[in-house]
Write a protein that binds this ligand. Structure first.
Ligand code: FAD
Length: 435
């Protein structure tokens, strides 16, 4: 198919692949990017919140023409039981700044725009091309790829694996293990279309302002999971994700969970009369720091979701993907400029640079959190949300019961549900995991 040799081949045109391809091409490297989808973004699913700071480091003036939906001025964090939500809301006019910090995006549009930038930077982008195999030399160094198109191998000094969470290519090549069911979540999502002014009215927004809701509680039916609602210009993204191992152990289907979320009394009015036009399902890496595989080797590096670089505690993924893609590319540019080969030894630079970034520092900070939530999911996702709701209702309902008795009743309910020792143990483990 393509006879020439490239400085780098990038597998995948998602957030990490586009960041890597753009960075290398704009430094003058000869880059080929291969994407199995019909167009970049056609296979990609995200909530989606996009973090401006990480994109600014790649394309500083992205706001001039990127397809952005709303900039976020409000975040709601809800703990839900079957009939209520208890929430923390943070809203600030400071987020109405000249260069807003977070935006909602629609990946199908955003990835197309990002890919256009990659082409403009000088990379060759081929869609509808699945990379089927890595090509190695006699010493095992990766020297290119084979695809499902007619023709032989395509060669490059280095291959950037940006193939997303399933990472079949890297797994088949023995570069890493298949993600385990307890380290990946399956998320389902729907797009609910509504007129712009209805969205603004329901969420108290004006202009391009946006609001997001993230929710835990009985909506995940004791499984480790999170629900989300993000406002776009003329649509609302609504979804929920839970660990694959939890789905396997329970009898719940992802779609049934989403149905329950849609019909929850706190959510139903927000999406009333909307038209559902899209439904999607996708995996999210949730294993945290301990699930990160080997990130580089002779002739290859791995970035983004394929490297399990996802911060489940803060619900960040695309920014870690963009940053790891950019840093891997910068490391490759440096190795190339020194005129030395893309060996494992020289590509250690990528790991060293990534270790200094927020990506690894953040994941290391919460390294025990995923395991804690996964093993204690019934308490964190059902027992405590119900207790929080009871406590809030007990506090707010004025019925002649003396306050001292209400306080005693709330304390007794917590102790009955978890025992004193259980409460102290959960608090200590949470504090340690958060440290
Ligand atoms: C429901 C949901 C909501 C999310 N919400 C958010 C959010 O709000 N904010 C956030 O920051 N993150 C969010 N994430 C996470 C975020 O989407 C990911 O972290 C991010 O997309 C990872 O980018 P990536 O480039 O590594 O992988 P991807 O975006 O998955 O891209 C991988 C690309 O590789 C291509 N590919 C795969 N195999 C091959 C092959 N063999 N040959 C050629 N091409 C191949 C795929 O088609 C795809 O285009 C969410 C994820 C999900 C599922």
């Amino acid at each position: 198919m393509i006879e020439e040799k490239f400085d780098a081949i990038v597998v995948g045109a998602g957030m990490s692949g586009n960041a890597a391809a753009y960075t290398m091409a704009s430094h003058g490297l000869k880059v080929l990017q291969l994407e199995r989808g019909e167009y970049p973004g056609s296979k990609n699913v995200q909530g989606a919140i996009m973090y401006a700071n990480m994109l600014e480091k790649i394309i500083p003036d992205f706001r001039d023409d990127a397809p952005l939906e709303r900039h976020l001025v409000e975040q709601r964090l809800w703990v839900m039981d079957d009939t209520s939500h208890t929430g923390i809301h943070y809203r600030s006019d400071d987020f109405n700044e000249a260069k807003p910090n977070r935006y909602t995006i629609i990946r199908a549009q955003f990835d197309k725009w990002f890919s256009r930038k990659v082409r403009e930077a000088g990379a060759t982008v081929l869609c509808e091309t699945t990379v089927t195999e890595l090509v190695r030399d006699a010493r095992g160094k990766v020297i290119g790829v084979r695809t499902d198109r007619a023709g032989g191998a395509i060669y490059a000094d280095v291959v950037v694996l940006a193939e997303g969470v399933s990472g079949l290519l890297g797994t088949r090549a023995g570069l890493r293990e298949m993600p385990k069911p307890e380290t990946v979540a399956l998320a389902v999502k729907e797009m609910h279309f509504l007129p712009e002014e209805v969205i603004e009215q329901r969420f108290g927004l004006k202009g391009d302002e946006g609001c997001v809701i993230e929710a835990v509680g009985t909506i995940s039916r004791s499984m480790t999971g999170l629900g989300f609602l993000y406002t776009n210009k003329e649509s609302i993204s609504l979804g929920i994700g839970c660990l694959v191992s939890d789905f396997a152990a329970a009898t719940e289907s992802p779609y049934a969970l989403l149905d329950t979320l849609k019909n929850h009394p706190s959510i139903r009015p927000l999406i009333a009369d909307s038209e559902v036009k899209e439904y999607a399902a996708h995996l999210i890496p949730e294993g945290g720091y301990k699930a990160i595989p080997q990130l580089f080797g002779d002739g290859w590096v791995v970035v983004g979701d394929a490297a399990q670089l996802n911060n489940a505690v803060h619900r960040e993924g695309s920014n870690l993907a963009m940053t790891s893609g950019r840093i891997a590319a910068e490391a490759i540019v440096q190795v190339k400029s020194r005129n030395v080969p893309m060996t494992k030894r020289n590509l250690t630079l990528y790991q060293a640079m990534l270790d200094k970034s927020f990506v690894v520092k953040d994941l290391r900070k919460y390294k025990d959190m995923p395991a804690l939530l996964h093993t204690n999911s019934c308490n964190f996702f059902t027992t405590y949300p119900r207790l929080v709701s009871q406590a809030a209702q007990n506090f707010m309902r004025v019925d002649g019961t003396p306050k001292i008795e209400k306080e005693k009743a709330t304390t007794a309910a917590f102790i009955k549900a978890r025992s004193r020792w259980g409460l102290v143990s959960d608090a200590v483990r949470l504090a340690f995991a958060w440290r």
